[in-house]
Write a protein that binds this ligand. Structure first.
Ligand code: COA
Length: 263
C-alpha cells in the first residue's frame, strides 16, 4: 500500500496513479520513494506487460514539491545529495522499465511533471494541458529531468523552454515531440490510451523489453562499427529465442501468437 499512489493491475496493464491532488501531484520525498518502489514492483511482476502512469485531480503534476526542495537544501550535504539522487533514480526507473510506459496527461505538467512525461515511452495529453519548465523562475535548474526532456524534444527546444520557463500548450508539446497525441477531453484520453495499450499487448513481451534496450543503446550515437556490430548481435540473439520462433511461426501459420490473451 502506498500513501501517495494508487496502483492496480488489470489484464496485463499496471496502472500507477499519482494521488496527491491537493498538492497538484507534486513530488515530495515520500512520493519519489514510492514511485521508485512501484516501478521495481511493476518490472518484476510477470502479470504486468504495460504500465500506464496517470494522475487524480486537475493537474498531472506540478513537478517537484517546492516545500520538499526548499527543505532538502537545508539538510546536511549527504542527505541533500541522497534526496537529489532519488529523484534522478525515479526518472531512470520510469525510462528504463523493461515494459512500455504510457503517460496519461490530463492537466498541467510542470517541471518534474514534464520530466515524467518525457521519461515515459508514449505520452498522450488533453488539448487544454499546459506544460512548463519553470525551474529557472524559481532559481533552480531542471537538472535530473534534463536527460529525459532533451531526449524527447531535442536540444533546440530544450534551450528555449528551459531558459524562458514560459508555459506552452498541448499543441506545442505535440509539435515538438513531448506528447505523441492530443485529444479533446478525458473520455477521449482514456480511449486513446486504450488504443495504444491494445497495440502494445499484441507484441512479444520479451521483444518489447529488448526493443527498449535497443533504443537506449542506439539513440544519439553515431553509426560506428561498434553500433553496427551491437545491432547485428542483438537480432542474431533474439531470433533464436522461443518467443521469436513463436512470433514468426504464428505469422506464417496465420494464427495469433501464444502471448495474445484468448489465443
Ligand atoms: N510544490 C508545492 N506545493 C505546490 C506546488 C509545488 N510544485 N504546486 C502547487 N502547490 C500548492 C500551492 O502552493 C497551493 O498551496 P496552498 O493551498 O497551501 O496555498 C496549492 O498547491 C494549490 O495551488 P494553487 O497555485 O493555488 O492552485 P492553482 O490551481 O491556481 O494552480 C498550478 C495550480 C499547478 C498551476 C500552480 O500551483 C503552479 O504553477 N505550481 C507551481 C508549479 C511549478 O512551477 N513546478 C515546478 C517545480 S520545479
Amino acid at each position: 500500500m502506498y500513501g501517495n499512489l494508487i496502483t492496480e493491475v488489470d489484464r496485463g496493464v499496471g496502472i500507477v496513479t499519482l494521488n496527491r491532488a491537493d498538492r497538484h501531484n507534486a513530488f515530495d520525498d515520500q512520493t519519489i520513494v514510492e514511485l521508485i518502489d512501484v516501478m521495481g514492483a511493476m518490472d518484476a511482476n510477470p502479470d504486468v506487460r504495460v504500465v500506464v502512469l496517470s494522475s487524480t485531480g486537475k493537474s498531472f503534476s506540478a513537478g517537484a514539491d517546492l516545500n520538499w526542495m526548499k527543505r532538502a537544501a537545508g539538510q546536511g550535504e549527504e542527505e541533500n545529495l541522497r534526496d537529489a539522487r532519488n529523484l534522478a533514480e525515479m526518472l531512470r526507473r520510469i525510462a528504463q522499465l523493461s515494459k512500455p510506459t504510457v503517460a496519461r496527461v490530463q492537466g498541467p505538467a510542470y517541471g518534474g511533471g514534464v520530466g515524467v512525461v518525457a521519461a515515459c515511452d508514449i505520452a498522450i495529453a488533453t488539448f487544454d494541458t499546459q506544460f512548463a519548465l519553470t525551474e529557472v523562475k524559481l532559481g533552480i535548474i531542471p537538472s535530473a529531468i534534463s536527460p529525459h526532456v532533451i531526449a524527447a524534444i531535442g536540444e533546440r527546444y530544450a534551450r528555449r523552454y528551459m531558459l524562458t520557463a514560459e508555459r506552452f500548450s498541448a499543441a506545442e508539446a505535440y509539435r515538438i515531440g513531448l506528447v505523441h497525441e492530443m485529444v479533446a477531453d478525458e473520455g477521449a484520453l482514456d480511449d486513446a490510451v486504450g488504443v495504444i495499450v491494445d497495440s502494445l499487448l499484441k507484441n512479444g513481451p520479451r521483444a518489447l523489453a529488448a526493443c527498449k534496450s535497443l533504443i537506449g543503446a542506439v539513440a544519439g550515437r553515431p553509426l560506428s562499427a561498434e553500433i553496427i556490430e551491437d545491432t547485428a548481435q542483438r537480432i542474431a540473439r533474439i531470433r533464436g529465442t522461443e518467443e521469436a520462433q513463436e512470433g514468426m511461426a504464428s505469422f506464417l501459420e496465420k494464427r495469433k501468437p501464444n502471448w495474445i490473451a484468448g489465443n
